[in-house]
Design a protein around this ligand. Structure first.
Ligand code: HEM
Length: 209
């Protein structure tokens, strides 16, 4: 495998997940990838079947997560620090048809912006590796260091990094306590948490905010 010039490459994978510098170059060192993802997620977020999964997720967030995820796979450079696909989609009931629908929207966006069919076929194989982790008939618990986490309810944590309250949008500083929903990960400052949790209890036992 060639290394990407200018990067220290950490990851070595085999098969469909091997780094693919040729594909990265075809994606104009990421510039074309970002253009494709912006177009693709504009459609996904507005799509009647796929859009509802993204409630509360901004286009900027999902584009940059997906960009880093794919950049890491295509280049081998460690730039993605999000959840693995199994955990990221653990609560989403996604059928094979939805997975295929997502791929056809992505294919159309990639070809529209000038990626060749041959390069799209290589990208598609990478996505396909994750199908069995993402397609499922019912939610699966999120796993953290081998332990299954519950799907509903709230827990609390003292922040080690500054963050933002998903309720009022104000900054939450290092050392402050936040209450977070165990499945969605949405976190609330101590001012917002009681009302959010009361509303969740009313809507149904610990239902996601
Ligand atoms: C129909 C299929 C899919 C649906 C409906 C879907 C939906 C979603 C949603 C709603 C999120 C946002 C989660 C959040 O921010 O809380 C997400 C995140 C993500 N998805 Fe998918 N996804 C699908 C397929 C895929 C595939 C095929 C891949 C990879 C090849 C993928 C990779 C990711 C990654 C890397 C994230 C970011 C995880 C993180 O925030 O840490 N998804 N997806």
């Amino acid at each position: 495998m060639d290394d990407i010039p200018g990067y220290h490459t950490h990851r070595r994978r085999a098969g469909d997940l091997a780094a693919n510098p040729e594909l990265w170059r075809a994606l104009d060192d990421g510039k074309l990838l970002r253009t494709i993802l912006e177009d693709f997620y504009t459609q996904v977020l507005a799509h009647p079947r796929l859009g509802p999964f993204f409630e509360g997720v901004t286009k900027e967030r999902i584009v940059s997560k997906q960009y880093n995820f794919l950049m890491e796979l295509f280049t081998g450079v460690k730039v993605y620090f999000g959840d693995r696909p199994r955990n990221a989609h653990h609560w989403m009931v996604i059928t094979d048809e939805m997975f295929d629908l997502r791929e056809s929207l992505l294919e159309a966006a990639a070809l529209r912006h000038g990626l060749s069919e041959a390069h799209w076929a290589q990208w598609r194989k990478v996505d396909e590796v994750f199908r069995k982790q993402i397609v499922k008939r019912e939610p699966i618990p999120k796993k953290l260091r081998g332990r299954s986490l519950p799907l509903e309810g709230f827990d609390e944590v003292v922040l080690e990094f500054g963050s933002m309250c998903d309720g009022c949008g104000h900054a939450v500083e290092v050392g402050e306590l936040v209450r977070y929903h165990v499945r969605t990960g949405k976190s609330y400052c101590t001012t917002c948490a009681p009302a959010v949790e009361a509303a969740a209890r009313q809507a149904g036992a610990g239902e996601a905010p």
